[in-house]
Design a protein around this ligand. Structure first.
Ligand code: FMN
Length: 326
């Protein structure tokens, strides 16, 4: 798949996930074979105001490439300026969010709220494409509600305005994350445009990814929630798409190894205190479904240092080993 002039090696992409897809997680997903990663959504307003908290989200490492910086907002001029600010970091692309359904965002007329006003959307697309030299992509939902499904119209207009790729998460704003993503709509968008179409929504396994390709003809698939606590899903999915063979779930040792790699990287990014705090939710995901999960959850909630994390894993493995031997 080629997005503008950027060649993407592979067809399985990491979704932008607010509060989750920071540098350390993106690096890990790239390590496991994600073909393209996105930052979480970043406020164009905050970028234009030079808000230090917002600017922090622009940071990425060279080894994360190819990477898109995702911005959100509602004013064409501010989004264009925000894109220019983001482009100074030299990402591979800028992605505009027309997908976020959460109240805090839609009440400012941003995210999925934009899908109610296609005239405004056209202005946004033209302004951002004109403002930066790198490819501009978009991420959309189906529409605002069941009565106003606009994905095909928006994707067609996007192509006319010079947008280089479109990701479709085929749920309406009103569905939030309930119900099922309507993959038929991804197929309809793919039929309607020549630019690459990335399908997003409800991929939980390599088999789901293959099914989405078969059912929609999309150019790439995006994985979000299923990567939490199992970033190896990118490797497993790439392998399955190539060979039709399902890899076994990782061993306890491999699972902890990935979690530790992630933790070390988070520490490098944020320092020990903030790094470990940011990792607690990930560690819960990494250990989901393991035996004695109630005790594990309790132990994870009080971790403070990298040594605590290493000890927790070591003790758990020793105990698991002792049980197998006994
Ligand atoms: C916690 C969370 C945060 C998200 N943050 C973003 C975001 O910042 N930008 C965006 O375009 N989509 C965001 N999404 C939507 C995902 O990118 C994705 O489209 C959606 O979760 C469906 O894919 P999945 O079933 O693979 O998770 C978020 C989803 C979740 C669950």
């Amino acid at each position: 798949m080629k997005i503008g002039n950027v060649q993407i090696q592979g067809k399985v992409v990491l979704a932008p996930l607010a509060g989750i897809t920071d540098t350390s997680f993106r690096l890990l997903c790239r390590f496991f074979g994600a073909a393209l990663v996105f930052t979480e959504m970043i406020s164009a307003d905050g970028l234009v105001r030079g808000n230090t908290n917002t600017l922090r989200y622009l940071f990425f490492q060279q080894s994360e490439r190819p990477l898109g910086i995702q911005i959100f907002g509602s004013d064409p001029e501010i989004l264009a300026k925000g894109a220019v600010s983001a482009a100074q970091q030299k990402p591979d692309m800028i992605d505009i969010n027309l997908a976020c359904p959460v109240r805090k965002v839609v009440k400012r007329n941003a995210g999925a709220a934009l899908l109610r006003d296609l005239k405004l959307v056209e202005k946004i697309f033209r302004a951002v494409v004109q403002a930066v030299q790198i490819p501009v992509t978009i991420k959309i939902r189906s529409g605002w509600s069941r009565e106003s499904i606009v994905a095909v119209d928006v994707a067609t207009m996007a192509q006319e305005c010079g947008i280089s790729a479109v990701t479709v998460h085929p749920r309406t704003q009103q569905m939030q994350f309930s119900g099922k993503a309507d993959w038929d709509l991804i197929a309809q968008v793919k039929e309607a445009v020549a630019i690459p179409v990335i399908g997003s929504g409800d991929i939980t396994s390599p088999l789901d990814a293959a099914n989405m390709f078969n059912q929609t003809g999309c150019d790439a698939v995006m994985i979000g929630r299923a990567s939490l606590g199992q970033p190896w899903i990118f490797h497993h999915t790439n392998h399955f798409l190539k060979t039709n063979e399902l890899l076994p779930q990782p061993s306890l040792h491999e699972r902890f190894e990935a979690a530790l790699k992630h933790t070390h990287s988070a520490l490098q990014e944020k320092g020990e205190l903030l790094g470990i705090r940011a990792m607690r939710k990930h560690l819960l995901w990494y250990t989901k479904g393991l035996r004695e999960s109630a005790q594990l959850r309790k132990n994870i909630s009080i971790l403070e240092t990298i040594v605590d994390v290493e000890n927790l894993f070591q003790e758990y493995m020793q105990k698991a080993h002792a049980e197998v031997v006994a």
